[in-house]
Design a protein around this ligand. Structure first.
Ligand SMILES: NC(=O)c1ccc[n+]([C@@H]2O[C@H](COP(=O)([O-])OP(=O)(O)OC[C@H]3O[C@@H](n4cnc5c(N)ncnc54)[C@H](O)[C@@H]3O)[C@@H](O)[C@H]2O)c1
Length: 262
């Protein structure tokens, strides 16, 4: 899709120092948007420099910092057309073993931050006549994974928060959509991918047979943020290489053929 599709627009991307957020910042900037790169990590400064945008160091787990990010963008850039709530973290533990502080941190980053950001962004977008919000959820918000209770709960909450905001603000010209990635090659997934043998079990569950590249998620986020998706709001778009299309049941045909052959 064309260069210039975001010309004159201002976008905020959280978690844009790395992975999906970084790829999204680059794509929106390539389309002409002025991008505010928001991240707790210093690495966001280099990304902002490269895309000709602005770095705002923000810990999205802190209400005041999220509010300052959105309000500061509105004050500094004069407008906010696109908000990509992408920053996210996980925690690996079942409920009895999950430290309450870790539960709270996952909720703060993956869910509360979106509430705080949208609480400031939506009135400004409404005043301006519209805008686009894209929330980066996960297929782990559509079903559960063993040992991912906090992440599963936060991302499920984010998906329904997306729908709620979409229907509340559709008549304001504000579109709110969610993207649900499967396995994406980013630092977030790296610790799991590094566990010996885990990828050997993981890849066969992905029909396309490989992890997704961050740019492939960014393309979908950019599409949802663009005028090409003008009739889409409240949509939950799965980008998982076919993983969630599968019931998880055994390979019936393969097993039957093997049994017949053997
Ligand atoms: N990688 C995957 O397989 C995968 C799958 C499904 C969903 N997702 C989601 O995609 C989103 C992006 O993740 P990614 O895979 O690109 O990971 P990543 O680790 O490459 O990037 C996440 C970014 O968020 C930033 N961040 C973390 N906590 C923050 C905070 N408190 N305040 C501000 N920034 C913070 C990090 O510094 C980092 O730059 C997340 O919401 C994640 O849950 C990722």
């Amino acid at each position: 899709m064309g260069a210039g599709r975001f010309e004159g627009q201002v976008a905020v991307v959280t978690g844009a120092a790395s992975g999906i957020g970084e790829a999204t910042a680059r794509l929106l900037a390539a389309g002409g948007a002025r991008v505010v790169v928001a991240d707790v990590a210093d690495a966001g400064a280099a990304v902002a420099r490269e895309v000709g945008g602005r770095f705002r160091q923000t810990d999205v787990a802190v209400r005041e910092e999220v509010e300052a990010l959105v309000a500061g963008t509105l004050a500094g850039e004069g407008r906010l057309d696109i908000l990509v709530n992408n920053a996210g973290i996980g925690a690996l533990a079942a409920v009895p073993d999950l430290a309450p502080e870790l539960w709270r941190q996952v909720m703060a980053v993956d869910l509360d931050a979106v509430f705080w950001a949208c609480r400031v962004a939506i009135p400004a977008m409404r005043e301006a006549g519209g805008g686009a919000i894209v929330n980066v959820a996960s297929i782990s918000g559509l079903a559960a994974d063993r040992g991912f209770a906090a992440y599963n709960a936060a991302k499920a909450g984010l998906i329904n928060l997306t729908r709620a905001m979409a229907i509340d603000h559709a008549r304001d010209g504000i579109r709110v959509n969610a993207v649900c990635p499967g396995l994406v090659e980013t630092p977030l997934a790296a610790p799991l991918a590094a566990v010996p043998g885990l990828m050997d079990a993981w890849l066969p569950t992905i029909p396309i047979g490989r992890a997704i590249r961050p740019g492939e998620i960014a393309e979908v986020i950019a599409f949802l943020a663009s005028g090409s998706a003008s009739a889409m709001t409240g949509s939950v778009v799965v980008v998982d290489g076919g993983m969630s299309a599968h019931t998880g049941q055994p390979d019936f045909l393969g097993r039957v053929m093997a049994a017949a052959g053997g």
